[in-house]
Write a protein that binds this ligand. Structure first.
Ligand code: K1U
Ligand code: ZN
Length: 170
């Protein structure tokens, strides 16, 4: 398994609508393994394929607590089939917008349909941080980053800070 470089704003690839995955095969599983390594190393609780430069409809997540067993999850061609009217607010971060955080409102619960690591279909009901993280990752597949929900001023400040950070790290 390998750790992959994560792209950051304002990389235009982050605005891409990712393409459906055609087949769950060993090549895709190898990418899923690498994405999981990359997410754990960052560290993060979710990662969309586009964040490692692959604009396909694939994401990985692990929202288990530090004192719990790891619970890696893989979502191929995920679809949100229902969202609750009730909203939840979470102070979100993003590995593509390092060190920037903002309170974002999203539906508190959602229903999801997806294929897993082996290509088996699942339909589940998501709540709590799982629902929040899943919707954040789904946004990535549709070319949306959480700072797109902020005012133009707050968004441009965040992008400027990320550019400075990335330059300092080079
Ligand atoms: O970039 C990403 O999409 C991953 C992002 C996911 C996310 C975080 C918070 C709310 C919604 C979605 C992250 O994982 S940022 C890092 C983070 O939240 C975290 C890192 C270590 C431990 C716990 C959380
Ligand atoms: Zn993100």
């Amino acid at each position: 398994m390998a750790k992959l470089p994560i792209i950051t704003v304002p990389n235009p690839l982050l605005k891409t609508v990712s393409a459906p995955v055609e087949e769950v095969d060993d090549n895709l599983r190898s990418l899923m393994d690498d994405m999981l390594d990359t997410m754990y190393a960052a560290p993060g609780i979710g990662l969309a394929a586009v964040q490692v430069g692959r604009p396909i409809r694939l994401l990985v997540m692990d929202v288990s607590e530090e004192d719990q067993e790891k619970n890696p999850q893989y979502f191929v061609n995920p679809v949100i089939t229902w969202t609750s009217d009730e909203l939840a607010t979470y102070n979100e971060g993003c590995l593509s917008v390092p060190e920037q955080y903002a309170d974002i409102d999203r539906p508190a619960e959602c229903k999801i349909s997806y294929l897993d690591y082996h290509g088996t279909e699942h339909n589940i009901h998501a709540t709590g941080i799982f629902a929040t993280c899943f919707q954040h990752e789904m946004d990535h597949l549709n070319g949306i980053v959480f700072i797109d929900y902020l005012s133009p001023l707050k968004k441009s400040i965040a992008v400027r800070k990320v550019k400075k950070l990335v330059k300092e790290e080079e």
